[in-house]
Design a protein around this ligand. Sequence first.
Ligand code: NAP
Ligand code: MG
Length: 403
Amino acid sequence: MDKIKMTTPLVEMDGDEMTRVLWQWIKDILITPFVELKTEYYDLGLKKREETKDRITVESAEATKKYGVAVKCATITPNAARVEEYGLSEMWKSPNGTIRAILDGTVFRTPILVKGITPYIPTWTKPITIARHAYGDVYKNTEMRVQGGGKAELVWTDKNGNETRQLIHEFTGDGVIQGMHNRDDSITGFAHACFKYALDRKQDLWFATKDTISKKYDHRFKDIFAELYENEYKAKFEAAGIEYFYTLIDDAVARVIRSNGGYIWACKNYDGDVMSDMVSTAYGSLAMMTSVLVSPTGVYEFEAAHGTVQRHYYKHLKGEETSTNSVATIFAWSGALRKRGELDGIPALCDYADKLEAATIGTIEDGIMTGDLYLLSSLENKQKVSSKVFLEEIGKRLSAAMQ
Ligand code: NAP
Ligand code: MG
């Protein structure tokens, strides 16, 4: 069998600990036997970030801008313990944060559904994708405790020094106040990313805020989405047979619970923080969750939603067998390779990505799974296997499908 050829390199961002081990095994067992893999390799492992004073992270994001598609392994975000463990000269920032800031992207998270693992909400038979706006609101707030009575005002000083004041509250006793903001350009970027992703996935897009109460702030979000939709996306959505749907956040929550899934739910920063934990918990496990960062210009970075699985790595270092779930990392690769195939017009690469995903799901549905899923699965013939055996079992099914 001839290996599938690629034309443009994928930006490959290697990472840390157990996921770095899985990364290499995935390539060896599931990718390079079938694809003449072409990547531009960036080692975002903590050792290399230290050696390069974290320049490597910035370079990998710049390369992603240039080529359009990246696949990223989970990486350590250093804390005090890591500074000691790796002898770091600085507590380097989260690579995901650095990359997100450079690409100005929105993160879309989607659960991977398999037979035998029923969501806590059993009517959710299709995945719900959460898109969280990652800028501003309460995450960039300024707040104060005030005491003994007094007047709180909102003061805006324009470029010419003119002040506009609005009363927040006349306090007669103690209390709290909070100021927050968002920017039109950030909301617009978020909206573009959501509309583009919905078109890409051919799924409806839902968006909700509390604009009945927040008549200026939340209303601005609603208006920006609505204007952009009318001017740039409506015709494309109609041609794709999908819908953009705006409602109040309370109504959205009720509809989400009653729904069967199968759409993208765009959330303001706080709503996305809260709702993504609810949705991922209801579907089962972070190891069964894909995550893709999409920039407003349509650049994609695929990753897993979980961390580097440190506890398993220390077992691995001691020579013990682990049973670490590689599904989210496999789907990061398949997502990135499929996107590369779409952009470069290589149907064989898209077909391979579909088969890799089907083989992965098929393995679990045949009852062969890692320990985390073994605990959740209701299949009767289920069997817990090691990290490596799980990949080899996927490999067998993939080989058969590729014949
Ligand atoms: P974690 O790697 O997500 O793992 C926490 C626990 O969740 C594991 O100990 C394991 O539970 C379970 N788990 C997570 N992923 C799993 C998988 N694929 N297969 C099986 N079990 C899985 O979080 P952490 O251990 O708190 O963080 C480790 C490092 O990851 C940190 O340095 C953090 O900075 C980094 N991190 C990176 C990213 C990213 O790059 N996207 C995201 C989050 C965290 P059991 O131990 O019970 O088996
Ligand atoms: Mg949270």
